[in-house]
Design a binder for this molecule. Sequence first.
Ligand SMILES: [Zn+2]
Length: 275
Amino acid sequence: MDLIRNQRVRTLTQLFKDLKKPLKRTSRFELLESVRKVVLELEANTPGSEELLELFEREKQLLIQTKWCDVEVLRKRQLAIFLEIIKYSEQEKHDNKRMCEACKKIKSVDHFALRTRQNAVDTCNRCFNLKRGSNPNNSIYIAMLKAIQREERKKGTLSSHAFILQEEDIRFIVDKIWHGHSILSKKSEISNLRLPRWIKSQEWSPWNCVLLTQTESHQHNNIIELKKLYDDNTIKEVLNRHALAKTAFKKLQAVEYEFTESGDWYDVGVKDRAV
Ligand SMILES: [Zn+2]
């Protein structure tokens, strides 16, 4: 380890020990101030440093505004992030590292799956899978996603958005965009719901689909003019939902560009083919 790095790690470790000590309010303030200065001098883009500064600031505000307050949880989080930053500072190479918002561990980007939704929290694969595992009803969304992918494949559109979405995204589309029921009959029995393309000649996307029952979905696919099945208000409503989906999946459009540029796009569709 080179000298400067060695020294920095030693300073951080000392401060970490100090942060764990119970201190009077004034000394705690002084300590927070010196830690803040050290954190500000860390290498640019050190994962977690901004959040850490925010947590210090929050503690300071709490200590100023209230006579007595419980800052234990706050301090635990500070320490967890601080420890990760020390480990990070020890490492020689720092390319492509980021902090998981759930477990606060700093990991390299390949530990993070592609997240397509705009407001999706940046969590590592481990946390993401833990969360997903605790969701027992996901099989229905997996089945829905597979059905969409099957249809898209049949139509020869391997570049469809359907191939980079995850079941969590389908759950989001069903629950949040379409409120869990068919736009026509309002039926909400999930195993009977489908998400076909809205405009049949365009590839499937979160903003080109509609939530219908299986029977309605057949009807939808068999008519040529949408106006025969839907009145003006329903069509307007569908377009509103599409606008919502577009906002929610903004990232997906950026991702699309990335994939098309790199050529990885094609593989995403093929990988799933055997399943
Ligand atoms: Zn994590």
